[in-house]
Design a protein. Sequence first.
Length: 362
Amino acid sequence: MQRALLTISRSALSENVAEVRRMIGDRLLIAVVKANAYGHGVDPVAKWLLEDGADRLAVAYLGEALALRGLLPDGCERVLVLGGVPPEHAEAAVASGATLTVGQLSEIPALADAADRVRATCRVHLKVDTGMSRLGVAPSGVPEAVSAIAARPSLRLEGAFTHLATAEDPDEAYARQQLARWDAVKAHLPAGLLTHVLASGGAVRFPEYLESAVRAGLLVYGIDPLAGLRPPPLRQAITLTARLEAIREVGPGSGVSYGATWRPTSAGRVGVVPVGYADGYPRSLSGSGWVMFRGEPAPIRGRVCMDRFMVDLTPWPDARPGETVTLLGDGASVNEVAAAAGTINHEILSRLGPRLVRRHVE
Ligand SMILES: Cc1ncc(COP(=O)(O)O)c(C=O)c1O
């Protein structure tokens, strides 16, 4: 019996992929599986997503691509590394067969030299910084980057992309500026490239910029990227449940958890939930979060500890250790829990730790 369990539903993932497909038509769906498939377990989720309709996968780092190599029937053939590759890893990167991102001019010679040595052609996507100020060549540097790549026959420029900084923001002004810069960049790109601008929030908000590919993480995992603004019909694929480890009677004079920040004023009972911030369950939910118990919310009392926290079970005098509570799922969606924790859906998902057992179900 697991103390806590992450259950990941393939049918939900598959329905979400179908929903994204309805949104984007025959454009390429690049499903984003970085950070252990947003906590869902990249094995087998990466393979499932390809089998169920995604065209490609994207990861943040080369190491994540290398880890996928043995999990996919065609290795890294359909994997895009969104971040740059340090020169000392260029050879391994090229040899992996993954599609690599060029985000700085200085990366081009190292990748091309490595491809020459490995005697392979390396597919690359050029990343353009239109306003995120993270990775990517400046729009003014695009013509030079395009010619530098074209000058090296072992590199094949397959795509170009940019990333929006404020796609989720109801104020569209900054995103519109980025999109205008991107429009100007496109004039300097060779014809026939795969171009991609939008992640999940942008795909819902700016469908006119779906271009030839979309990089979708949240949508695929069934999380509404715009927090209720225009929800597409999605199903959250992940649930986190736990079994009550103990139940304690508390009363006036007792303090609950570190700091004794919650002190009951009358007799009641708390249940001990065996999940803590070491599992990625935010400590900031102390005193503000809740779990679902028998279909009703049971509020967190006192501070979330490293390995467990307490919830108020006073309304259920017959509650017993071993009963199940839901931390993420119906009544406690990833978006609702993120809002209560003062963070975002991506952080809740990607921090779900290795100590939690993942069960992948059809
Ligand atoms: C460059 C890039 N593209 C796409 C995504 C996917 O974003 P989302 O999960 O909002 O679809 C991310 C996520 O952080 C990203 O960094």
